[in-house]
Design a protein around this ligand. Structure first.
Ligand SMILES: Cc1cc2nc3c(=O)[nH]c(=O)nc-3n(C[C@H](O)[C@H](O)[C@H](O)COP(=O)(O)O)c2cc1C
Length: 198
């Protein structure tokens, strides 16, 4: 019965209320710098060769470590690569970037106590923080895959990382040499509201 009611609700909910919300949030996201940064971030895959200052790199790393993390375990480790030869050997988007930050799970920390499986979520939250911080500072960045798959092993070997440091991804970062439009992913079909009865 509950399922039937839920399906009826989904079918009958007028889209006008969602449309209203869209216009509300579009406007506010232009005024609020955090929302503006979230709404206008998009993956940047081409970069100017210009180097990124150590201060800026530290700000990106601080943004990563400010992420939420299950039971405050912080099972992450960040590897910041500016060495041109290593970046080129990493391949993919890193090859054309002045900086790659690998967001890694530290298995020695992840395995301690409860909540081993949360390391991917914790590192993903840190990754999104870095992407948003990069965009907010006028940089462009893209998340590129590491773990699972085989790329993380290549990174471990190339950068002489110990086995317990597992690169979840490599974020290629640089001053943008392209200006793509952010993708509009807003889709009311992907939302279910469970409201109290009016
Ligand atoms: C887990 C994950 C892996 C990704 N791997 C790659 C990748 O290997 N190469 C790449 O160019 N982009 C990669 N991306 C970026 C996505 O392609 C991109 O986020 C998606 O197309 C949406 O575009 P947007 O970031 O501009 O909103 C990855 C994103 C995620 C979340």
């Amino acid at each position: 019965m509950k399922k039937i009611l839920l399906l009826l609700f989904i079918a009958l909910t007028p889209l006008s209320s969602l449309a209203q919300q869209e216009s509300c949030c579009k406007a506010s996201s232009q005024e609020n710098p955090v929302l503006k940064s979230i709404m206008t971030r998009t993956s940047i895959r081409k970069y100017e060769p210009r180097a990124i200052s150590p201060d800026t790199i530290e700000t990106l790393l601080r943004a990563g470590m400010a992420a939420p993390t299950a039971i405050n375990k912080q099972p992450w480790h960040f590897v910041a690569v500016t060495n041109r030869e290593k970046l080129e050997k990493m391949g993919g988007r890193a090859a054309g970037a002045p900086l790659a930050i690998l967001v890694c799970g530290d298995m020695n920390i992840a395995r301690k106590g409860h909540g081993f499986d949360y390391w991917v979520q914790d590192c993903s939250a840190a990754t999104e923080n870095i992407l948003l911080a990069a965009h907010a500072m006028g940089l462009g960045a893209v998340w590129t895959g590491g773990y699972p798959g085989n790329r993380y092993k290549l990174y471990q070997e190339l950068l002489s990382l110990p086995e317990h440091i597992v690169p979840l991804n490599a974020i290629a970062i640089g001053y943008p040499a392209e200006n793509p439009e952010p993708k509009n992913k807003w889709d009311t079909q992907k939302i279910t509201f469970i409201k109290s009865a009016d």
